[in-house]
Design a protein around this ligand. Structure first.
Ligand SMILES: [Zn+2]
Length: 334
């Protein structure tokens, strides 16, 4: 049985780490635990199981301070670690509970999604998790709970935590009758396939080599039948020169609809001008007097699986195995 450790970020910005002052746990409104840096003497503290988990965190850093109320399902256990005089909050849970939790968090309206698309996405998340363990090994965690790794119950829709008393994800999952699926994984020959995914891919999916300079025989791009999430952005020449330099545009080469070096360019522009200005790696650029008009489609890096396109395929009566094989060349599901 696999266990996953998640590092609970109490911020939407991974790179401005809050300094947690204290963590309090309540049961029926009564405080049962209150941990701060001074009274946490051991480097590791496991929180007692209570009937409903409400965690209150006080945090402070140079720019922000405040309170955050985290409501979490009871799956697994919670613990606190003190590392370099900082408090970190973790949740440890079974792989399957984690995967179902990510599925529920990454998809807006889970009950409205066709079952075969959900089954495909479940396996994509599971393979992704198993092939990216220990992403935060410096602080002893596999994943964080924000988009840097995979979303895990951080959005507003989960604040009410209506399923909070369920001991397992199974009971409320649309996949609860699909137990056979829980034993399956995606393989390329005899190794677990790496399965990156995007919210949507627009006109094309891309070769992993084009986007990340790393080739996998099953991460091959293709032209899609639909064009979802069209977007455009006006990038002023002034901003271009300031952020990436004048020549950056010439270094972008279009290959099968995807922009080589696009990921690097996209990240730098977005970091400086706000997230999601350049939403994907499928775009074209047209020069005007004072700006470049960037037109693209899709939302994400465009390698591997595309959630919205998978839903379209399921609506066209493809089953989950066909959907996975549509995005990943020559893989097996077993
Ligand atoms: Zn992360």
């Amino acid at each position: 049985m696999y266990f996953i450790v998640i590092f609970l970020q109490v911020t939407v910005n991974l790179f401005s780490k809050y300094n947690i002052e204290n963590i309090a746990i309540t049961e029926s409104g009564k405080k049962v635990v209150n941990i701060n840096k001074k009274n946490l003497l051991a480097p590791y503290y496991k929180l007692p199981r209570v009937s409903s988990v409400k965690i209150f965190v006080n945090f402070k850093n140079k720019r922000y301070s405040g309170k955050k109320n985290i409501k979490r399902k009871l799956n697994g256990s919670f613990f606190i670690r003190k590392i370099n005089d900082k408090l970190f909050l973790f949740q440890k849970l079974e792989l399957n509970d984690y995967v179902l939790g990510v599925l529920n968090s990454e998809i807006e309206d889970i009950d409205k999604i066709p079952l075969e698309a959900l089954k495909a996405f479940y396996l994509i998340i599971k393979n992704y998790s198993l092939t990216h363990l220990k992403r935060h090994k410096k602080i002893g965690a596999d994943f964080c709970d924000i988009a840097h790794c995979q979303l895990y119950y951080i959005s507003k829709k989960h604040n009410s935590c209506k399923h909070g008393n369920s001991r397992s994800e199974y009971r409320n999952s649309p996949l609860r009758h699909e137990r056979g699926l829980f034993h399956k994984k995606i393989y390329y020959h005899n190794t677990l396939a790496i399965t990156p995914y995007s919210s949507s891919c627009g006109k094309y999916t891309c070769d992993s080599e084009t986007i990340w300079n790393k080739a996998y025989p099953y991460l091959k791009g293709k032209k899609l039948n639909s064009v979802l999430d069209k977007w455009q952005y006006k990038l002023s020449k002034k901003d271009l020169i300031r952020i990436v330099g004048k020549n950056a545009i010439n270094k972008l080469i279009l290959k099968n609809g995807c922009v080589k070096n696009g990921e690097n360019f996209r990240r730098k522009i977005n970091q400086n001008l706000g997230w999601n200005k350049i939403k994907s790696n499928v775009f074209t650029i047209k020069e005007f007097k004072t700006y470049y008009l960037i037109k693209g489609s899709g939302f994400g890096h465009n390698v591997g699986f595309c959630i919205k396109e998978a839903i379209l395929l399921a609506n066209q009566r493809m089953n989950y195995k066909e959907i996975i094989k549509y995005f990943f060349k020559n893989v097996e599901i077993r």
